[in-house]
Design a protein around this ligand. Structure first.
Ligand code: MD3
Ligand code: FE
Length: 216
């Protein structure tokens, strides 16, 4: 017997176009959120979140770790991708299957075929943490998109232009949202406003964001 379940999750929204190469997929990661969180716990046990120092000498308010063949790191000498965790000297934890599948599926939904990321940067925001306007340009292949997944507390994302001075659009990113950035939008300036202290029912007072990249 089949019954009509009025509370069943709605079918996924159509991708929302933010620019010529940027797409917002609201709730795309919701079906696998629990599996993602379990995988992050495993990664964190091997490579804990830590606050890195920028080349300018500031300690980042966002804490980060990585998984995959390459991990993004920062210190007084600069930003770079490296195969090992500078704190332990060990390789970064492997990228879980569920991560790479989600990244590939999201990229495909936005029109980028066969996305095979070799790096996943995992950011953790507590209330007050922020990310100032920047470009992501440390990756060797700027032809590949970046896929970002948001979990936990809502953040206000700043979606800027091709110069730092361009006025930035404010966009809320919610638990389960995925954004794909490629093509003409790959080098847009972007950032995150200081996080409000508005705990999420499942994750409490934190936001986790992961960005998948083809770095090497
Ligand atoms: C637009 N992270 O880790 S994800 C970063 O929410 C980063 O933690 C933010 O920016 C966060 O570098 C934003 C959205 C994002 C990621 C990469 C992009 C937007 C992008 C690359 C190009 C253009
Ligand atoms: Fe970025």
């Amino acid at each position: 017997m089949t019954t009509l379940d009025l509370f069943a999750p709605a079918s996924p929204d159509a991708p929302e176009r933010l620019g010529p190469g940027a797409f917002l997929l609201r709730g795309f990661a919701l079906p696998c959120a629990d599996v993602l969180l379990a995988a992050i716990a495993g990664i964190e046990a091997q490579a804990p979140f830590r606050h890195m120092v920028t080349p300018g000498g500031f300690t980042m308010s966002v804490a980060l770790t990585n998984c995959g063949a390459l991990g993004w790191t920062s210190d007084r000498r600069g930003y770079r991708y490296a195969p090992t965790d500078p704190d332990s000297g060990r390789p970064w934890p492997a990228m879980p299957e569920v991560f790479s599948r989600l990244a590939r599926d999201a990229a495909a939904a936005a029109g980028f075929d066969a996305f095979a990321p070799d790096a996943c940067l995992i950011n953790r925001y507590l209330p007050g943490a922020r990310l100032s306007l920047h470009q992501d340009r440390d990756e060797r292949d700027l032809g590949a998109p970046v896929v970002s997944v948001s979990l936990g507390m809502t953040a206000t994302f700043l979606w800027g232009g091709s110069s730092r001075a361009a006025r930035a659009l404010r966009l809320p990113l919610l638990h389960g949202d995925v954004v794909v950035w490629g093509g003409a939008d790959r080098l847009r300036f972007h950032g995150v406003l200081p996080l409000a202290d508005a705990p999420h029912p499942a994750l409490g007072a934190q936001r986790i964001n992961f960005t998948f990249r083809k770095a090497g």
